[in-house]
Design a protein around this ligand. Structure first.
Ligand code: DIG
Ligand code: MN
Ligand code: MN
Length: 389
């Protein structure tokens, strides 16, 4: 029997160079894994069956590379893409690693750094377009504060808006087929980051000059760090037509950004996220912005990548089981009760609907004396996830 959990290109599973290329370094430990070249990482992703690879500009071309070195790196990367068939759906800028960005990039108090960030991002957009990227992610990893006195938060918002408006015009002037996806995070590596959740980003997008070309890139770990329900954040992005990309991983509540393998911690949240994406026909990348535990060698990194994709495919099959489970679907039908007498008051306000609603005699006792059967529904859901239904 064909292994139904074997990833296929149409699953659109992608990984960043920085994910499978993560060397295990953390604030309390040096690299554990040796650094691999971008081309070698593409071959690794080809071996495990990924659809695509993404990169920050400096994951591919180090800031200190000479033009000749840059060309050689690009040549090897493009050959690896051709050899493996991998695509490059997304690109982004590293505006957080260099000490230059120690106090932010677009929101820095130093004008020269804000301008350098614009220049670096235009060059990175060019590189992304050259590799075929159609989604460009902005994650403001250093756009924040430890010292509230250091920055006027409204000025920070205005600076971010000015940068994104300028870069939107740049993409249009260059004729690139590219949209922007803004990624939120509440904190880390700064004490507090601006635009901390996907909701903040959705509101901010509407203040831009070209909101039509700007969406969001919600990350599972980042909303979870803020104590929010990731499924609901993604649902709001979908409702707004702004889910341009998504960063999948996993996270224990109340911890730093763990970027664990998808499905590693919260089985149920991961299930309902896959259900939301699949039930709503999401066509974008399933990008795993995650990395292997520091304990792993590169065989373990492949286990990590395979685990991300298998988890998604197994949960996708569970979604199909949930959607066809007669007892669960029967229960959902039962607990969603209609009110035929007032059906004609659905939708937009009219004086007639207002009158019908105001005149209707509700039986308050009848409305308050039945249970919702959610205990049974949740137990059935768990049992389906545990594989006994
Ligand atoms: C971290 O969650 C950020 C960076 O890795 C990158 O800029 C973005 C792209 O997925 N996610
Ligand atoms: Mn993260
Ligand atoms: Mn991310």
């Amino acid at each position: 029997m064909e292994n139904i959990y074997q990833p296929k290109p149409e699953d659109r599973f992608t990984f960043g160079l920085w994910t499978v290329g993560n060397t295990g370094k953390d604030p309390f430990g040096d690299d554990f894994r040796e650094k691999k070249s971008p081309a070698d990482l593409v071959y690794l992703l080809g071996e495990v069956g990924a659809y695509g690879v993404n990169f920050h500009d400096n994951d591919l071309i180090p800031m200190e590379a000479t033009p000749a070195e840059a060309e050689a790196i690009k040549k090897a990367f493009k050959k690896a893409l051709a050899d493996t068939g991998l695509k490059v759906p997304m690109a982004t800028t590293n505006l957080f690693a260099s000490p230059i960005f120690r106090d932010g990039a677009f929101t820095s108090n130093i004008a020269a750094i804000r301008k350098f960030a614009l220049q670096k991002t235009m060059q990175a957009i060019d590189l992304g377009a050259e590799m075929g990227a159609k989604v460009y992610v902005f994650w403001g990893g250093r756009e924040g504060v430890e010292v509230e006195a250091s920055k006027n938060p409204i000025t920070a918002i205005e600076r971010t808006r000015e940068a994104l408006n300028f870069l939107s015009e740049y993409v249009k002037a260059q004729g690139y087929d590219m949209v922007f996806a803004l990624e939120a995070k509440p904190n880390e590596p700064r004490g507090d980051l601006y635009f901390p959740t996907t909701g903040h980003m959705l509101a901010f997008i509407e203040t831009l000059d070209h909101p039509e070309m700007v969406g969001v890139n919600p990350e599972f770990a980042h909303e979870s760090m803020a104590g929010l329900n990731f499924v609901h954040a993604v649902a709001q992005a979908l409702d707004a037509g702004k889910l341009f990309h998504i960063d999948l991983n996993d996270q224990a509540f109340g911890r730093y950004d763990q970027d664990f393998r998808f499905g590693a911690v919260s089985l149920k949240n991961s299930f309902f996220l896959v259900k939301l994406l699949e039930d709503n026909g999401y066509k974008g990348s399933r990008h795993f912005d995650a990395h292997a535990y520091r304990t792993e060698n590169y065989e373990g990194v492949k286990d990590f990548a395979r685990g991300c994709m298998r988890s998604y495919l197994i949960l996708k099959e569970k979604v199909q089981k949930f959607n066809t489970d007669a007892e669960i679907q029967g229960l959902l039908k039962e607990i969603n009760q209609e009110l035929p007498e007032l059906k004609n008051t659905d939708g937009k306000y009219t004086p007639e609907k207002m009158k019908a609603l105001k005149d209707y005699a509700f039986d308050r006792k009848a409305l308050s004396d039945f249970g919702m059967k959610y205990e049974k529904l949740d137990q059935l859901t768990n049992e389906l996830l545990w594989g006994i239904r």
